[in-house]
Design a protein around this ligand. Structure first.
Ligand SMILES: [Zn+2]
Ligand SMILES: [Zn+2]
Length: 159
């Protein structure tokens, strides 16, 4: 195990091996490829990751990618997010803050938005029913500019 203290938010490609070993995981080519892809394409699901890394790693399977994202989120190297308008779980490497997501209800596009307060939980219910609150899972839902333009265009084209 290495003595990694790297915690800057801009992880470069060569940092993945160190990060993995720092969490007691072997730095396999498949794990590093998953991390690298998610870093460049946040909010991807396992299927998307699988399709993207397969050309370079022909022996990888979808099942393996599911296990890898499970391991990586279990070790806190990636964050798993589930959104109301997405059938499958999404993953991202931006783990160091309590940011939220905004999603277009029309095309499903997902973007990061900073936490409205800055720490979790950023909302506390009046009645917690005795539960210790860990986070308020906030997803902003809207319609992106492209979809708005499309909707307006379609409305105009109607007789
Ligand atoms: Zn949209
Ligand atoms: Zn995000």
């Amino acid at each position: 195990m290495t003595h990694s203290t790297a915690h800057d938010s801009h992880h470069h490609a060569h940092d993945w091996a160190q990060l993995l070993r720092g969490r007691g995981l072997r730095a396999t080519a498949q794990r590093m490829a998953v991390l690298e892809f998610l870093h460049d394409h946040p909010h991807s699901d396992a299927e998307t990751v699988f399709q993207a890394i397969r050309p370079a790693l022909p022996t990888v399977s979808l099942q393996a990618v599911h296990l890898i994202v499970q391991d990586l989120s279990g070790k806190g190297l990636i964050r798993r997010i589930s959104l109301p308008d997405s059938a499958s779980a999404r993953y991202e490497t931006r783990i160091e803050d309590n940011h939220h997501h905004i999603q277009c209800i029309h095309c499903g596009r997902i973007e990061d938005v900073d936490c409205v307060v800055g720490h979790a939980p950023c909302l506390e219910p009046d009645d917690t029913h005795g539960m210790r609150i860990i986070e308020a899972s906030i997803v902003f839902r809207g319609i992106c500019q492209d979809c708005d333009a499309l909707i307006n265009q379609q409305a105009k084209e109607k007789p």
